[in-house]
Design a protein around this ligand. Sequence first.
Ligand code: NAD
Length: 361
Amino acid sequence: MVTLQVDRLIDFVAQVFERAGSSKDEARRIGSYLTTANLTGHDSHGVIRVPVYIRWRNAGAVHPDQTVDVPVDLPSLAVVDGKFGYGQTVGPQAVRLGIDKCKTQGLSAVALKNSGHIGRIGDWAEMAAAEGLVSIHFVTAAGSILVAPFGGTERRLSTAPYCVGIPRPGQTPVVLDLATSIVAEGKVLVAARGGKKLPKGALINPDGSLSEDPATLYGSHEKDGPINHANGQGAIRAFGEHKGSGLALICELLGGALTGNGATGPNRPFANGMFSIYVDPQRIDPSHIFDAEVTRYIDFFKSSKTVAGVDQVLIPGDPETATRAERTATGVPLPDDTWAAIVATAREVGVPETAIQAATA
Ligand code: NAD
């Protein structure tokens, strides 16, 4: 395991993307969002993605420094075409538009299509919550066909995340941010790279037997070599039995079909599509009952007696806040395999050896 201080990790990742053709600003933005995913405990959506992002860049599947097109621009509704730019660049442009429209209209919706990987969806809910807005996000990761629906053994869904953010004045927002699969694909990637093991039965083999071996999804692979889910035969399972599988379907239909991105299917390029709804609670409730009621209800929710082995009831967002505080202080731990794969990519794009040594010095 190596541990990198936050600023060094951001700088290092930024160097990789600058060498791969991104502007200084974009490279730093990618470094910062990926590192934030690690900081919040979502290693699956953190710097482990550097090799695959560069692979996509080399294949022409993602384009640096894109400015979005807005083919539909109504007072409270926009369609945003990310033109296969990095999600860390086109994602914030789409969210900014949704926030601005919501602030003037009280309610807005933005359909983002053709975005590169937008990472941790909680980032976008936090961006809206920082401006006092509630937001709801339905997402497809079209082209990444990985998840078996309830009752099925074959891949039909992406990990199709769903996210809701609720602002709390003076406190961190409530952020429910989840893949609609038992685990996000990145968590299988983390396990395959020597990190945290998968929960029992997270995967399913073609014969319907359950598994937690990453090879079910990826097939066998070299220790630091490329990992590709096209090489495996099995699937990740949708979470929450028929209910989770149903929510995953809704994410595909809203994030994929309604946005114009297209839902998950075979033989199509990776693109995140995200249908987002923004609500200004102040416009619904000028007397601010909402804020006090959120506080009262969360206190009530958390006051439940706990089951054995659990210290306290948490709300969505609590684990991320705790991990963020801890890792900001102590640094971001990365399994050796993960770091080796990132370093191999850095060498490939020409990051100098001195910079590689300096990152962990
Ligand atoms: P997870 O299972 O770690 O957490 C899901 C949610 O549960 C979070 O809101 C968290 O705060 C909450 N939570 C966790 N433990 C809790 C507890 N003990 N009590 C109360 N709440 C708790 O997340 P995941 O499903 O593995 O998703 C990981 C990340 O992957 C998310 O950020 C998601 O947006 C991202 N993702 C992105 C894509 C994409 O295409 N861009 C696809 C899939 C997932």
